[in-house]
Write a protein that binds this ligand. Structure first.
Ligand code: ATP
Ligand code: MG
Length: 467
């Protein structure tokens, strides 16, 4: 027996369906905001991360999966995706076209050697966006709004948005001096990591998660008191926009983020499940002033964020935020006898070409055992082929919900199923359960909205309530 490695997990069956639901939903919203998909390798040159995420970050100091490959190159499994995405933009010379901003969305696994605990894995998935070649405050706002919109759409209602600014160069120089002076008096009492952070990058101390250090950190000078006029004005503008858009937020002056490339605004989304579980930030990001230049691109800035899929899925499960996702079998084909089995192969082939979700039982079983299997699979229709049916080239179709059974010709089967399945889905007025409709019924009885089957008028993917 082999078990999954510590800090990793299998995502199978219903859970995988839920991950796909999250990823598809986020993809659709990102596309609406004008982002295009980027897929970059999981392995990168180690130096990409030491340069971007930064030598003083916990990620680079102790969390990276780094190894030499057979050619002696230092390789790292990506611990985050921004660096790789920006590298891909530089390599593809997307900035040479000067058609800014370049907007990328992405989704995939990341690897960090962390202490596994609730909501914290060694392999975890992120969905993120990067908008590169930006200078205006409006792009920062648009990015925060996008994250908020995505989470709202996934039905995270009591969302907590924390924001802070790391200011500009002048701000950070003055602030670091103030921190040096303050922590200089306390550093002997602090954890070993903080002692190192004190030397490497003093801002990092504010991100310390050791509870014993918190009282000291809480009394440290606040960056908001050291902002240059330009940095203050920019931060004020962001707050004004968020207020105007009625997006609730709190300023958290200790928020610095765990990656060195951030400058300007930084933000995190938090949410506590109704059972009190808090898995840490569900998403986080910020503005980066120097990252593009640092990895070989032009002197342009960017802004982005990443959401943690595992944390989203866990909360959505806890708080039942997932819509009903139905991938049940539509047609269960039940051949009785050997000859019928051959026919079943052909029928299933045809039905699947017509995109009916079809399953067949090729094993020898009694009729009652076959029906039990169809029920377990929540099949909508059973298609029974016995000797009589083979003789006259027909099939028996049983509606598993109404128990109605008809004998029809093989040729009629697809059109019969289309008509009946459609009725199963749409014959009744359906009430949307997603909160975007606020529980109100759709105004049409025939579901004549233009959306794809399985989508209600508000584009939430869920089945209609059966009458
Ligand atoms: P934290 O403060 O919780 O350690 P972080 O600052 O390291 O988070 P980022 O690197 O900004 O997080 O990653 C963005 C998002 O990715 C986080 O908000 C979180 O949802 C998710 N994430 C980060 N690390 C992990 C992990 N080890 N397991 C699961 N999800 C994670
Ligand atoms: Mg972390």
């Amino acid at each position: 027996m082999f078990n999954v490695l510590k800090g990793t997990h299998d995502v199978i069956k219903d859970e995988a369906l839920k991950y796909s639901y999250i990823e598809e939903t986020l993809t659709n919203i990102a596309i609406n905001y004008g982002y295009e998909e980027f897929r970059t390798p999981v392995i990168e040159n180690s130096e990409l991360f030491t340069r971007s995420v930064g030598d003083s970050s916990d990620i680079v100091r102790k969390e990276m999966y780094t190894f030499d490959d057979k050619g002696g190159r230092s390789i790292t499994l990506r611990p985050e995706m921004t660096a790789g995405i920006v590298r891909s933009m530089v390599n593809a010379k997307l900035f040479a076209m000067q058609d800014f901003p370049v907007k990328a969305f992405y989704c995939g696994p990341n690897f960090r050697y962390e202490r596994p605990q609730q909501g914290r894995y060694r392999q975890f998935n992120q969905f993120g966006v990067e908008c590169v070649g930006v200078s205006t405050v409006e792009r920062d706002v648009e990015t925060i709004v996008l994250g908020y919109h995505m989470l709202q759409f996934l039905r995270f209602r009591d969302l907590k948005l924390l924001i802070n600014t790391l200011g500009d160069e002048e701000t950070r120089e003055n602030y670091k001096k103030a921190l040096k002076e303050y922590f200089g008096q306390h550093i002997d009492e602090m954890c070993n990591d903080c002692k190192e952070r004190y030397k490497l990058n003093i801002l990092r101390i504010l991100d310390c998660k050791d509870p014993d250090d918190r009282p000291i950190i809480d009394k440290a000078p606040k960056i908001t008191d050291y902002l240059s006029d330009a940095a203050r004005e920019r931060f004020e503008k962001i707050k004004e926009y968020l207020t105007k858009l009625e997006i609730p937020f709190e300023v958290d002056s200790e928020l610095v983020r765990g990656l060195d490339y951030y400058t300007g605004v930084v933000f995190e989304f938090h949410y506590t499940s109704s059972n009190g579980n808090n898995y840490g930030a569900i998403g986080a990001g910020g503005h980066y002033g120097n990252l593009v230049k640092e990895i070989g691109g032009p002197d342009i800035e960017g802004v982005g964020f990443a959401l943690g899929i595992e944390r989203l899925a866990k909360i959505m499960e806890d708080d039942q935020l997932f819509p009903e996702i139905n991938r049940n079998v539509e047609v269960y084909v039940m051949p009785i006898g050997e000859k019928a089995v051959q026919k079943a192969v052909e029928i299933a082939f045809e039905l699947r070409l017509d995109f009916f979700r079809t399953e067949v039982c090729y094993e020898k079983k009694s009729m009652s055992a076959l029906f039990k299997k169809a029920e377990r699979k929540n099949a909508k229709f059973a298609v029974i082929i016995g000797e009589d049916e083979l003789k006259d080239n027909t099939v028996n179709v049983k509606n598993m919900l109404t128990k109605e059974q008809v004998n029809i010709s093989m040729q009629e089967l697809p059109s019969y199923l289309v008509e009946k399945l459609d009725q199963n889905e749409h014959q009744h007025e359906h009430s949307c359960e997603c909160s975007c409709c606020e529980g109100e019924e759709c105004e049409h009885d025939d579901c004549d909205c233009d959306n794809e089957e399985g989508h209600c008028c508000c584009h939430h993917k869920h089945d209609c309530n059966k009458a």
